[in-house]
Ligand binder design. Structure first.
Ligand SMILES: Cc1cc2nc3c(=O)[nH]c(=O)nc-3n(C[C@H](O)[C@H](O)[C@H](O)COP(=O)(O)O)c2cc1C
Length: 401
């Protein structure tokens, strides 16, 4: 029999429903009904405009817009796309952290937001090189935000662009449009080769960071427990759960209006939301059916060949930006090798309730009692099914001219 609610959730709670035509839905109160769902013709692909940014801009595009058109494809937490590009200075891009696109509950100091900005910078620099331009990246030209301060409205970097035909093209440029975060189930039986792990680690060590892999079965089981417990903590804590809930975009209309956040196109979740049977704002309570279903969806995130981590000895704002530059390079390398990646960030977040899991992770990675910061924890492997692009806002919406 079809399961009660055939859904699959990502670590940021994205849900895609099984496209089954006759489906059983578990009601919030506990009953089960068979729903005659109007699923025929109900597309689960994103509206074309929401993913149009993944099409290559023409070579004729002005260099700064060309760079931005690639930068905005960067991986970033909750797909907030927390960037503003100020183009008032000739030949430069001033990258500003968009204060309206932060995650103050789950990312209280904006560390992950700055990792996303770092990934944006890396892709923009690669795009410039592709068109024969060198970029001087000046991080935080007006000074770094304080360690415990949200970087709202702060200048993250100034990118000074110079024509230089001798600049080397980056071979990873070709992967920018192919890179996608794969949030579904991975093949447990397939190992990632040792030289691939090495390539991922080098993406971080080349920027002065540390990186490593967890592949041994007992240690992987520990990471699975830690990530599951930290996800549970995040969903039962009302303020952190609701931060994600407010960013859910369910169905083509909501996604078209807001090409960011957690985009849900699954048929089931759309139908349930439309008939009032899925309340995105219902915080899961232990023992409830909502809690059980939400935790059941986590299972896919306990699949894969191993975990990749990036850490740093200091946790300056510059190091956080560098972590984003390193992470996206690692993901592009993985893409080139046919390997999927999926950050699982709950355990490395700074909100108080998740500290036991953060400490457990640091202990597992041999970092207990050190000032080391784990910047990224990422599931790695081979996705059982393919994945596609996630929504993006268009270039024009980022620009302040
Ligand atoms: C710092 C950072 C943290 C992230 N944490 C998570 C996470 O906990 N769970 C998850 O499913 N995706 C996570 N992601 C991936 C983003 O959801 C993803 O990059 C975003 O939705 C855009 O999709 P794309 O990478 O396919 O372009 C994270 C990405 C970054 C850069």
């Amino acid at each position: 029999m079809t399961s009660a609610l055939c859904v699959e959730a990502s670590a940021d709670n994205s849900v895609s429903a099984s496209p089954s035509r006759r489906s059983f839905i578990r009601l919030a109160g506990g009953g089960v009904v068979m729903a005659a769902l109007p699923l025929a013709g109900c597309s689960t692909t994103y509206p074309a405009a929401a993913v149009a940014a993944w099409q290559a801009p023409t070579e004729a595009t002005d260099i700064r817009r060309w760079m931005l058109a690639h930068g905005l494809l960067a991986p970033n937490p909750h797909n907030r796309q927390p960037w503003i590009a100020d183009l008032k200075r000739e030949g430069e891009i001033t990258l500003i952290c968009d204060g309206d696109r932060l995650l103050p509950e789950t990312d209280p100091y904006g560390r992950q937001i700055l990792i996303g900005c770092g990934a944006f910078i890396e892709l923009a620099v690669m795009a410039a090189a592709e068109r024969g331009h060198r970029v001087l990246v000046q991080p935080f030209p007006d000074g770094e935000p304080g360690a415990l301060e949200l970087p709202a409205g702060r200048v993250v970097a100034r990118l000074k662009i110079e024509r230089d035909t001798a600049v080397a093209k980056d071979p990873l440029f070709a992967q920018i449009r192919r890179r996608h975060t794969h949030k579904g189930a991975y093949d447990n039986a397939r190992a990632v080769p040792a030289d691939a792990w090495k390539a991922l680690e080098m993406a971080a060590t080349e920027r002065g960071l540390q990186a490593g892999a967890v592949t041994e079965a007992a240690a992987m089981a520990q990471v699975r427990r830690i990530t599951r417990e930290s996800f549970e903590t995040e969903i039962i804590t009302p303020r952190t759960y609701l931060e994600s809930a407010r960013l859910m975009r369910i169905g083509p209309d909501e996604i078209s209006k807001n090409r960011d956040g957690i985009s849900l196109m699954g048929s089931m979740v759309r139908v349930m939301a439309s008939v009032g049977m899925f309340d995105r704002f219902e915080v899961p309570v232990r023992g409830s059916s909502n809690y059980k279903q939400t935790m059941d969806r986590w299972a896919a995130h306990e699949t894969g060949s191993g975990y990749y981590w990036i850490s740093s000895r200091t946790n300056t704002r510059g190091v956080q930006v560098d972590s984003g530059r390193a992470y996206v390079r690692a993901h592009l390398r993985a893409t080139a090798l046919g390997i999927d990646m999926h950050p699982l960030s709950q355990a490395v977040q700074e909100f108080a309730e998740v500290k036991p899991q953060y400490d457990a992770l640091k202990s597992l990675l041999g970092m207990a009692g050190t000032g080391t910061t784990v910047q990224m924890l990422v599931r790695v492997g081979y996705g059982a099914a393919g994945t596609g692009p996630s929504p993006r806002r268009d270039v024009a919406s980022l620009i302040r001219a």
